[in-house]
Design a protein around this ligand. Structure first.
Ligand SMILES: Cc1cc2nc3c(=O)[nH]c(=O)nc-3n(C[C@H](O)[C@H](O)[C@H](O)COP(=O)(O)OP(=O)(O)OC[C@H]3O[C@@H](n4cnc5c(N)ncnc54)[C@H](O)[C@@H]3O)c2cc1C
Length: 381
């Protein structure tokens, strides 16, 4: 990262300590939409981190983007989730959009005036995307969409949805019939339900219905039908690095709390960290977090140098999310009974961690991606 980027990460880290950490617990327990903090993120340029000039003025390298995400998730994972899908959609439009689509959306996405989300998952499944049932039927002046999507984060607050759908359900191979449509709210498109969740409170994850929803022909990302699957897989590399960074941020918060607690709390006449079992937990947590940071930084650096990084981003998401699940449980162990109390934050980290195992491609599916890539490359190259 450049010196400027280091300085940006520092500013965000200070904002997290001053503004986010003191309020996150209350907002989480109230399941309250964090309007004020989201407005501050817009002012800091967080919504434009993946929007290049001339449309955005705050774009950074992916390594820096990951570090910023990590800091924000250290404060409250939900806030990092509030711009994850948005960053992927911005990347998709910047990379694959037509000139008209870039002009229409990117400047407003950069400021956060317009927010975006991506809709892949359906009620019948999210891993087997090529079996999706949402269909956009070509008509004279565009497409008519029918189908449902599930678990779509920020769906109420987003004004733009990058919808993965079938424009040719009979295509063989199936992925050649998949496209991305840039859909704005309108007749035939309803956000029908907010889904109840274990954690990740404050931001909404919803079910969407498309009932003969008409969109114009220029809603097709890039203007070429049948490219959507490949486009989305490229966008998901950014998404997976963001999810990995969220996991690291949550784990760092868990470590910081456990580290402090283990020095303040005494048992048998000494601080609990001096009991070897507790000290070992802290040592393992610190080691795992540091390894995770290196892995995610490596994956982000691959993309920064213009390489495809399915395997690297997959490894980062897999390792970092499993690490976060372990570290957050260990933080509860260090806190003893207080770890189970909602008066402390570690129970929140523990509830938030599993999302990173499931989201942006489950870890089981990512293992398939990693081994396929490794075989294709002839090993670890
Ligand atoms: C809070 C939250 C927010 C989300 N936000 C979004 C969003 O904004 N946009 C969006 O599109 N989606 C979103 N998702 C959906 C998420 O990406 C999916 O839940 C995920 O991809 C898994 O899909 P599924 O739930 O349908 O599980 P399924 O696909 O039904 O999988 C069930 C189980 O089978 C396993 N499995 C399936 N296929 C294979 C295979 N080939 N090999 C090995 N194991 C396999 C899976 O790993 C999993 O363990 C969100 C989910 C949650 C919980």
């Amino acid at each position: 990262m450049t010196e400027d980027e280091e300085a940006i990460v520092e500013v965000v880290a200070r904002w997290v300590d001053d503004e986010v950490r003191p309020t996150a617990r209350d907002l989480e327990h109230a399941d309250e939409y964090p309007e004020r903090l989201i407005d501050q993120m817009k002012q800091m340029g967080v919504y434009g981190l993946t929007v290049p000039a001339p449309w955005g003025s705050s774009s950074v390298s992916l390594r820096c983007y990951a570090r910023i995400t990590e800091e924000i998730a250290r404060g409250w994972m939900s806030l990092a989730g509030a711009f994850g899908g948005h960053s992927v959609v911005s990347t998709l439009i910047a990379r694959f959009g037509t000139d008209d689509q870039r002009e229409r959306y990117l400047a407003r996405l950069a400021t956060g005036e317009l927010r975006a989300t991506m809709a892949l998952t359906e009620p019948d499944g999210g891993s087997d995307l090529q079996a999706m049932r949402t269909v956009a039927r070509p008509v004279d002046d565009g497409y008519v969409i029918t189908g449902s999507k599930m678990w779509i984060t920020n769906a109420r607050t987003a004004g733009l949805v990058a919808l993965l759908c079938k424009t040719d359900p009979a295509a063989d191979p199936r992925h050649h019939g998949i496209s991305i449509l840039l859909v704005e709210k309108g007749p035939g498109f309803t956000v029908s339900r907010d889904l109840p969740k274990l954690g990740y409170k404050g931001v909404e994850s919803c079910e969407l219905h498309f009932d003969d929803c008409h969109v114009p022909a220029d809603a097709l990302l890039g203007g070429t039908a049948g490219s959507g699957f490949a486009q989305m897989m490229a966008g998901l590399e950014v998404g997976r690095i963001q999810v990995a960074a969220r996991a690291i941020g949550v784990a760092r918060a868990a470590f910081d709390d456990a580290f402090r607690y283990a020095q303040d709390r005494e048992a048998f006449g000494k601080p609990i960290w001096q009991h070897q079992s507790v000290g070992n937990l802290l040592a393992d947590m610190a080691t795992q977090i540091t390894a995770a940071q290196q892995l995610n930084d490596h994956a982000a650096a691959c993309i920064d140098t213009g390489r495809r990084a399915d395997m690297e981003a997959g490894m980062a998401k897999l390792f970092c999310s499993e690490m976060a699940a372990t570290v957050t449980l260990d933080a509860i162990r260090v806190h003893g009974g207080n770890g189970y109390s909602t008066d402390f934050d570690v129970e929140r980290y523990y509830r938030d961690a599993p999302l990173m195992i499931v989201g942006e491609g489950t870890n089981e599916v990512l293992r398939n991606v990693i081994v396929r890539q490794a075989i294709g490359r002839g090993g670890l190259r």
